[in-house]
Ligand binder design. Structure first.
Ligand code: HEM
Length: 536
């Protein structure tokens, strides 16, 4: 009896979550409850029974309802989704049940959740051709990402990857990108200096998104935006974040369930509106570059795509294809690095001894940084700032910018741990959970310890135990760029400022395709006074 009551309460909470819309409750909610229950009852009982696999090695995730699969469990846990997955695995491993679990989502193909590095290597590298993004996933993301690099498979992906990889050369990093990052980091420092004088509270998370957008716009699209200098966030950025949040909700739905839910709760309409705003921004950039007579000699990504013919065709890329490229690169280059910076600063505020160790390294490697007008040396950044780089890696271990990943099998296959995956089924792995498992990182897995990255007696983790930047043929193209930009910015800020988080308990992640902070990172800024200067 109590479990029925609990299930009913769960159902109501789940429906409330997906239907919550201050403006359109009432008729829609009533229709939704009746319609959803009738529809799901009719279909899901049969569907889940039909799709439930014969397990080998993978165990059933808790919270399976014969009628609703894991939808209620996921809906209830949605706001803390990554931690729910972590706790489920923690409990499963404590019971000796292994590294892979099975998940059933109404109307969607069943999927496996795994945190086994051998399985991750298998999907990302060994059987790369057998695991694709797949039509369902691509359909979910299409409104926002279109046919851009994150949302394609096969030849369309290959062509974009080849074209994009041209900008990620050591020469471009050293001679161009570093100077761009340095310039924007100075603008950020000036703003923080001003905030320190006025003692205002600033949302560092939002400022980091502007910092990385400005860098990305200049490097990839050849168009300075200077959003850091503006008084308020760009309208584009607000719409972009909201569009991502809606797109992410789709990841725990089947396509049909998504259509019904979004029709009922209005998310479909809202997404169209947000995408329209992001499109206007992208199309303005494209029009400006098409009109610019110098763009033929420019070296940025947009210039390269503008100059290219489509493979096997005499035609160039259409505005819509260029728009897809721009939007995908904004997610790639703005959100990931801005969020990595935000979580790193947050961890630093909680671990003053790490800040002290960073400052000691900065004093040794870049003694004039705090007053330096010449910018940061490339070799120092990529080779000598070992501890600062470890700090960035460690923050990403606990707060990976892409917290969950998913691919679908083209043909039936057996994972290295013995789990049978049938054609069309999904394999999802969780960098967020993997970064927190004692089985992978030792007894202190949950502690923030940059030292673990520089211990000589411990082998450095490979990309399958630490799949934060993906691995194999689709490994992140921008990993080095992210370290360059991230570490350059971090050392400048750490050398000059102390940050106090207004309320650490309000720093939680929000649900998006990446790992933003739901309510931002509100900090008070103080100019750092080195000890030597405080001694009278
Ligand atoms: C801390 C920062 C970053 C993290 C954690 C990160 C992580 C990732 C991950 C997990 C993927 C795979 C996504 C997927 O499965 O589709 C990826 C792909 C990619 N990343 Fe990054 N990334 C970061 C920064 C950057 C930057 C600065 C760029 C520069 C534009 C970039 C460019 C790309 C591109 C183009 C891909 C697509 C690769 C492909 O599908 O072939 N990333 N990144």
């Amino acid at each position: 009896m109590s479990s029925s009551v609990h299930r009913l309460a769960s159902l109501v909470r789940w429906l409330h979550h997906f239907l919550a819309d201050r403006h359109q409750r009432g008729a829609r909610v009533a229709a939704a409850i009746a319609g959803t229950i009738a529809l799901l009852s009719a279909i899901l009982g049969v569907e889940t029974a039909r799709k439930r696999p014969r397990y080998q090695h993978a165990v059933e995730l808790p919270g399976l309802s014969r009628l609703f699969g894991h939808a209620l469990m996921l809906g209830n846990a949605y706001d803390a989704f990554h931690d729910a997955i972590f706790h489920i695995f923690r409990a499963q491993l404590d019971r000796g049940h292994g590294f892979t679990a099975h998940l059933t989502i109404p109307f969607a193909q069943p999927r496996y959740l795994t945190v086994d590095p051998r399985n991750v290597e298998h999907v990302l590298k060994t059987k790369f051709d057998n695991y694709i993004k797949g039509p369902g996933f691509i359909d979910h993301q299409h409104a926002l990402l279109g046919g851009g690099i994150f949302n394609t498979d096969g030849n369309a992906w290959r062509v974009q990857r080849k074209a994009a990889s041209m900008i990620f050369s050591v020469r471009n990093f050293r001679d161009h990108m570093l100077h761009v990052f340095d310039r924007h980091a100075r603008t950020l420092v000036d703003k923080l200096d001003d905030a320190a004088t006025k003692r205002t509270v600033v949302d560092l998370h939002e400022w980091f998104h502007r910092f990385t957008l400005d860098g990305m716009a200049e490097i990839a699209f050849g168009s300075p935006i200077d959003s850091l200098k503006a008084d308020a966030p760009l309208q584009f950025a607000v719409a972009f974040d909201r569009a991502q949040a809606i797109t992410n909700k789709r990841m725990i739905m089947g396509v049909m369930q998504r259509r019904i839910t979004e029709w009922l709760n209005g998310d479909g309409e809202r997404l169209r509106k947000y995408v329209q705003t992001t499109d206007e921004f992208a199309y303005r950039l494209i029009a400006k570059r098409r009109a610019d007579s110098d763009s033929g000699t420019a070296n940025d990504l947009l210039a390269r795509f503008l100059a290219m013919k489509k493979p096997g065709s005499k035609q160039g890329y259409s505005d819509q294809e260029l728009r897809d490229m721009i939007i995908n690169f904004i997610i790639a280059g703005r959100d990931t690095t801005a969020q990595a910076l935000s979580w790193t600063i947050f961890e630093l505020t909680q671990h003053p001894h790490v800040v002290a160790a960073m400052r000691a390294e900065i004093a040794r490697v870049l003694p004039t940084l705090a007053s330096d007008e010449n910018g940061i040396d490339y070799d120092a950044l990529t080779r000598d700032l070992v501890y600062a780089r470890a700090v960035f890696s460690e923050a990403l271990r606990l707060h990976p910018s892409v917290p969950e990943e998913l691919k679908f099998a083209v043909q039936s296959d057996v994972l290295p741990d013995g789990t049978t995956v049938r054609a069309g089924e999904g394999v999802q792995w969780s960098p967020y959970t993997m970064g927190r498992l004692t089985e992978l990182w030792g007894h202190d897995a949950l502690e923030f310890k940059p030292e673990r990255w520089i211990r000589e007696d411990v082998q450095q983790p490979g990309p399958y135990k630490y799949p934060v930047f993906n691995a194999g043929p689709r490994t992140c193209l921008g990993q080095q760029m992210a370290y360059l930009e991230g570490v350059a910015c971090l050392v400048k800020l750490v050398a000059k400022f102390d940050f106090d988080v207004v309320d650490p308990s309000e720093v939680v992640y929000g649900m998006a395709l990446t790992l933003p902070m739901r309510d931002g990172l509100r900090v008070r800024v103080r100019r750092h006074v080195p000890l030597a200067q405080t001694v009278v």
